[in-house]
Ligand binder design. Structure first.
Ligand code: ADP
Ligand code: NI
Length: 196
């Protein structure tokens, strides 16, 4: 099966898994992470197919999103086998997606492809989209947008995580893309507190 066709099948598979998500991990998050990963992979001369495939699938088996993460991963592997990915490719995809989530730890992925998908996932957590996802997450989790005396608010999440991400990018391409998104968040926060 051609790689292009395999990616199309992966996209359809991801659509069935994430179409109903309202926690900030919807299908379009996967689409953006896949597109950014592809773009960075081309510039960084990484394995573009692996980056794109792993990016589409990067939230499969996330403990926050799946009642049975191991089963989700097993089903994904069966699916990848069905669309003719070989054992090595399937192992590489598993390796990438098990190592990228911010919430799963801060270890730096040990392959270029893993670092690229992590950069792309982090880019989608900052900038205008990042701001929107943060308040969508807050709403879905009964969290206040802001409270002057509380540390568990969506605004606090900017200081705990989002403003740190630009310095955690691994690739030059991602660092470059992060600059504008970071500045946008800073001006958002400035305006937010002015209005508050
Ligand atoms: P990952 O996709 O790496 O697992 P998360 O699940 O932690 O990342 O985050 C998914 C989205 O939800 C991101 O946009 C993130 O900023 C947002 N988010 C995560 N935790 C919080 C929180 N406590 N408050 C507001 N937004 C959050
Ligand atoms: Ni993600």
């Amino acid at each position: 099966m051609e790689k292009e066709v395999q990616i199309k099948h992966i996209r359809d598979y991801v659509f069935t898994l994430f179409q109903a998500d309202e926690s900030g991990h919807d299908y379009f998050h996967m689409e953006r992470v896949a597109r950014i990963s592809r773009k960075i992979a081309e510039v960084e001369q990484a394995n573009v197919f692996l980056c794109e495939a792993a990016a589409w699938l990067h939230d499969v088996g996330d403990k926050k999103l799946f009642h049975n993460p191991n089963e989700a991963i097993e089903e994904m592997n069966t699916f990848l086998c069905d669309i003719s990915l070989n054992k090595i490719q399937i192992n590489e995809i598993n390796h990438i997606i098990s190592g990228i989530s911010f919430s799963k730890g801060i270890a730096v992925p040990d392959t270029l492809e893993g670092r690229i998908v992590q950069d792309a996932d982090r880019l989608d957590a900052i900038g205008a989209i990042g701001i929107a996802r943060t308040f969508a997450f807050g709403g879905a989790n009964q969290q206040l947008m802001y409270h002057p005396n509380s540390k568990s608010t969506s605004i606090q999440h900017f200081y705990d995580k989002l403003l740190t991400l630009k310095d955690l990018m691994h690739t030059e391409s991602a660092r470059e893309m992060a600059k504008e998104r970071h500045q946008y968040m800073e001006s958002f926060l400035k305006q937010f507190f002015q209005e508050w």
